[in-house]
Design a protein around this ligand. Structure first.
Ligand SMILES: Cc1cc2nc3c(=O)[nH]c(=O)nc-3n(C[C@H](O)[C@H](O)[C@H](O)COP(=O)(O)OP(=O)(O)OC[C@H]3O[C@@H](n4cnc5c(N)ncnc54)[C@H](O)[C@@H]3O)c2cc1C
Length: 500
């Protein structure tokens, strides 16, 4: 394998070759690049990223207060200690990722401003040919690679999801999606209406409320929240004892994972008890007179959608102070001055923010072709949520919803390096998953079981995603606690892997 860095110049128009091509420089792409350099040294690779810098989600989102909703001991990489408070701002996450890039010499491997438009596999050459558009010159550049590592995330970065409501054109003020927050948006002393009640709305409210005249969060239906101190006691104690940060990271990760596993298990085994606890905590923050039943009691069981953590109960403090309020109702129509609700009530606002979620994007809006045949991912079956039947030499890092996304970056990273090593040793150049004879009668369903987990953006885009089988090899189980043991034990000579 030839070692080549991504910044080496090549003659104009020439096709460059890399053993591995990583799509995206978000937390998944940077983590995957780290795994490759440490576990498969000597492998040539490039990371192509459409934005002007690394970070992905944490670069795209610039709304006030933007922060993680899971703890950074588990959202951070296994190999790099997190030394700050558990819930981190986008700026802190970007700084952490910058250190990972710097400390591990990853910078020369990343090319920014490269939007990948197509990926074509040739079984004659056992290569992917990738076309990308350079943002600076508009030029189309070509690469070939033996292995595609898809770290492009799961939603479209260029645009968020905003439903079409009647009368939107009538509204005279600005309608802002948080994914496209204008840095100069002046909300001082204004009445702001935030539509939605997910993690984004819950972050925005306390972060703008003090500056606004008033902020209203309008939701169709309530969401579960967990509130707590933005600190981890055991980490504080270990720091007081001057324990090495690597140890602290490892111990706190184990503690967080243990607590999360217990909470997840309980939300399946005793959903009503967990619900009571979650609502009891909200009541404790908002006081006995607040209508928790209407505004904070979801219709679904806990964990069927992501549960946002509210650090230091800031959302509830804003509501209690009177600077923010919650309305649970549905929009009938937009008006010149705000919205008219189905109940007949009107809400006036100077600015409307649509915190209504993402637009699911399957595999980075890239046109995939296999041996001259356009690939429809919805016709494939997923192998453990990371590979697809009939799609050679490709993995997708799709993280967890009930645990930190990045835990899967590490698991998939270990697997890919093991697979690449196996292929090198056995002289194989192609591997595509395929259903085994014993899977022939297996029932196929949609990517995610709606009974298990059903956020809106997944439901809206489910028809675009690969299928799930009834056996766990053919599912993205969303179960980190099982997969942490199952992934290292995957047998590379399993009949599900067809090598050539
Ligand atoms: C506001 C917010 C908060 C979140 N908080 C948490 C949290 O606390 N915990 C958690 O576990 N998860 C959280 N998530 C989910 C989060 O998206 C993931 O955890 C994680 O950041 C995704 O990382 P990624 O690298 O896989 O994808 P992304 O962050 O989406 O990065 C993908 C990168 O690929 C690039 N790309 C895409 N297509 C192409 C293409 N065709 N060509 C070139 N480049 C391309 C994109 O520009 C982007 O930079 C949050 C999401 C949001 C939006």
């Amino acid at each position: 394998m030839n070692v080549q860095t991504a910044t080496e110049t090549t003659s104009k128009g020439a096709t460059e070759h890399f053993d591995v091509l990583i799509v995206g420089a978000g937390i998944s792409g940077v983590g995957s690049a780290w795994h490759l350099t440490k576990q498969s040294p000597g492998t040539s690779f490039v990371v192509l990223e459409t934005q002007e810098t690394f970070g992905g989600t944490w670069w795209t989102h610039k709304y006030p207060g933007i922060r993680s909703d899971s703890d950074l001991h588990t959202f951070g990489y296994s190999f790099k200690p997190w030394v700050g408070p558990p819930i981190a701002t986008a700026a802190e996450i970007l700084s952490y990722m910058g250190q990972v890039i710097e400390e591990n010499g990853l910078k020369p491997h990343i090319r920014y401003g490269h939007t990948i438009t197509s990926a074509r596999w040739s079984s004659q050459e056992n290569l992917w040919t990738i076309e990308a558009t350079r943002k600076d010159t508009g030029e189309t550049v070509r690469f070939t690679t033996g292995f595609l590592w898809m770290c492009q995330g799961y939603y479209r970065h260029s645009e968020g999801y905003t439903p079409e409501w009647p009368g939107m054109a009538k509204y005279k003020g600005p309608i802002i999606h948080p994914q496209k927050w204008p840095e100069d948006l002046d909300y001082k002393n204004k009445n702001v209406l935030v539509i939605g009640s997910g993690a984004t709305a819950a972050t925005l409210l306390p972060n703008i409320a003090d500056d606004c005249a008033h902020v209203t969060m309008l939701q169709r239906s309530p969401t579960y929240f967990r509130a707590g101190r933005n600190a981890i006691e055991i980490a504080e104690t270990l720091r007081q004892l001057q324990v090495d940060e690597h140890w602290i990271h490892e111990i706190v990760r184990k503690k967080m994972l243990f607590d999360q596993a217990t909470f997840t298990r309980r939300s399946f085994e005793e959903p009503e008890v967990v619900k009571k606890e979650l609502l009891g905590a909200v009541r404790a923050h908002l006081g006995p007179d607040y209508d928790v039943d209407t505004h904070f009691t979801p219709k679904y069981r806990p964990w069927r959608q992501r549960i946002a953590f509210v650090p230091d109960a800031d959302l509830f403090k804003s509501i209690k102070s009177g600077k923010a309020s919650v309305v649970t109702d549905e929009i009938e129509t937009f008006t010149e001055k705000g919205v008219l609700l189905k109940s007949g009530k009107s809400l006036e606002a100077d600015i409307i923010v649509t915190a209504t979620g993402f637009d699911l994007c399957v595999l980075g809006d890239i046109e995939f072709v296999i041996d001259n045949k356009p690939l429809d991912f919805s016709e494939t079956v997923t192998y453990r949520g990371m590979m697809f039947t009939g799609v050679p030499n490709l993995v997708w890092v799709f993280g967890y919803f009930r645990a930190s996304w990045t835990l899967r970056v590490d698991l998939v990273g270990d697997f890919v390096c093991r697979l690449l090593d196996h292929m090198k040793k056995t002289g194989k150049r192609k591997m595509a998953p395929a259903l085994r004879p014993e899977d022939a009668d297996m029932q196929l369903g949609s990517w995610i079981d709606e009974e298990n987990f059903n956020p809106g953006y997944m439901l809206r885009g489910m028809h675009l995603l690969p299928k799930r089988g009834s056996k766990k090899e053919w599912q993205h189980t969303q179960d980190y606690w099982a997969e942490k043991d199952e992934f290292p034990a995957i047998k590379l000579d399993d009949k599900a892997f067809v090598y050539e």
